[in-house]
Design a protein around this ligand. Structure first.
Ligand code: C2O
Ligand code: CU
Ligand code: CU
Length: 498
């Protein structure tokens, strides 16, 4: 099985090297390179002697990097329920691990940090009303950590605030009831100034909430519901994941989907439900299908949209989620469609038709009911995201409370930027409704309707949201940029719901 923990730490023999030009990990098997060089030399010698076997010349003359990419089966993280028998806890270990990223037609081992030894971490799952009981174990060598359940509305003590970070060897018990709609959330570390590094080195996973409303839609499920955790990555010369941000953030040279290099997924002739999470530190994706077919967007951060909407490209930033239906009923056996990122011009994952019958599905209309928040037409609070480290002139201080929000009152928040965007703005403790975007892209996109907890703020844009904290009174929450290097440099505020 892929991605099981092989040993606690340390690199292994077969780790990949990075190709200097493509940034793609390459085989560490030096004999392969040596062989190619030798083959080239001998063909040159043969050519000089005009006795070239035709097959050999063609093989050697293939353009560099033009050979077919060997694709690896997409890794699907194990699914783990968070409601466990009373008095017990689901153990969640944050620790160094060695995992297999797939690799070009073979195994590529990499040292990472992982939850429960898998990369990404196990997909946690719960139903609305469940009580999650999770015991975080800090198995890191020398760093504090704490886990945040991004998108989950929970009391402060369960929210993974950096004040609650635990030392190596310590544990932290979480218990919280899930009182929200079906959705895909994102768990990851949140320790002071260490979030970006720990997430980048592999501590991240999906957290799926189910409910009766979603059950009634009979959406594609089982093998037809697939998580796609997108992120970028860099590798050191030993083939291990390495965190090497520049001042403007971490931009890896390689794409990983569910921790798999060059992934593929065999798909039947039917509709698939993809639960997509942008798990990158800083990278904004603009996804599209290579055949130009649209995505049917049925949900986002906070669950189902009011109705399904068809779009051919989607731009989304770190921390945002998408619930997408893709219809492969026209894809015959052996034919392929690529999910691409138009921003970086990357191939993210290849879908290969099996030719077998699949799940026929058309979403009903409406899908759900979204009650619009009604709130003030004037801005209640203005947040200016400045440089790479401040909000309204303040850098984050763990012990300073920057503002107080009245419990149960709908407010209108306006997010603006003074440069260094994109800033994916994220709020803990409540979902919000995006009501306007002016300047820049100048519109609220179809995938930003419904309930969100993270919204992308580009240069020259002002985004307004309506938000109401109506779950937990007297709580301490965070507002921050989810470009994780910005967050760690101080683009984060503490606020209290009072
Ligand atoms: Cu996903 Cu405060 O973070
Ligand atoms: Cu969060
Ligand atoms: Cu930012």
């Amino acid at each position: 099985m892929r991605n099981q923990r092989i040993e606690k730490t340390g690199s292994v023999e077969a780790a990949p090297l990075e190709d200097k030009e493509t940034g793609q990990p390459i085989s560490r098997d030096l004999t392969r390179r040596t062989f190619i060089t030798a083959a080239t030399a001998s063909v040159a010698a043969l050519a000089a002697a005009r006795i070239i076997p035709p097959g050999i010349l063609r093989a050697v003359a293939a353009p560099r990097g033009g050979g077919a990419v060997v694709r690896n089966a997409l890794h699907i993280p194990p699914v783990t329920p968070v409601q466990v028998p009373p008095g017990t806890f689901l153990p969640l270990w944050a620790a160094p691990a060695t995992v297999d990223l797939g690799g070009e037609g073979g195994h590529k081992y990499s040292s990472v940090l992982a939850y429960n030894g898998t990369f990404p971490g196990p997909t946690l799952i719960a139903r609305q009303g469940d009580v999650a009981a999770i015991r975080l174990h800090n198995g890191l060598t020398n760093e504090p950590t704490i886990t945040h359940w991004h998108g989950m509305v929970v009391p402060t003590v369960a929210d993974g605030h950096p004040l609650y970070a635990i030392a190596p060897g310590a544990t932290y018990d979480y218990e919280f009831q899930i009182n929200q709609r079906a959705c895909l959330n994102f768990y990851h570390p949140h320790p002071h100034m260490l979030t970006s590094k720990q997430v980048n080195l592999g501590l991240a996973g999906g957290f799926i909430v189910r409910d009766a409303e979603e059950d009634n839609l009979h959406l594609p499920s089982g093998v037809y519901e697939v998580p796609l955790i997108l992120r970028d990555a860099s590798f050191d010369s030993a083939g291990n994941l390495t965190y090497n941000p520049t001042s403007s953030g971490f931009f890896g040279k390689t794409s990983l989907v569910n921790g798999t290099l060059n992934p593929k997924l065999n798909v039947d002739r039917g509709v698939y439900r993809f639960r997509v999470l942008n798990g990158s530190n800083a990278r904004v994706y603009r996804i599209a299908l290579s055949n130009g077919a649209p995505f049917t967007v049925i949900g986002n951060d906070g669950g189902l949209l009011e109705s399904a909407v068809s779009v051919s490209q989607i731009e989304f930033g770190p921390g945002e989620r998408l619930d997408l239906l893709v219809d492969f009923s026209g894809l015959s056996g052996g034919n392929k469609i690529m999910l691409r990122d138009l921003a970086a011009r990357w191939d993210l994952i290849e879908f290969v038709g099996t030719g077998n019958g699949g799940y026929a599905y058309t979403p009903p209309s409406p899908l759900s009911t979204i009650v619009s928040l009604s709130g003030p037409t004037n801005v209640t609070r203005l947040f200016s995201f400045e440089g790479m480290h401040s909000i309204n002139g303040l850098r984050y201080e763990m012990n300073r409370i920057d503002f107080q929000v009245p419990f149960g009152v709908t407010e209108r928040w306006r997010f603006t930027t003074k440069g260094n965007a994109p800033h994916p703005v994220h709020v803990h403790g409540a979902s919000f409704q995006v009501v306007s975007r002016s300047g820049g892209r100048g519109q609220v996109f179809p995938w930003e309707r419904g309930w969100k907890d993270t919204v992308l703020l580009n240069d020259k844009e002002a985004v307004e949201v309506l938000i109401r904290f109506d779950q937990y009174r007297s709580s301490l929450y965070l507002l921050h940029c989810h470009q994780l290097e910005h967050e760690d440099q101080g683009m984060m505020s503490n606020f209290e719901v009072v």
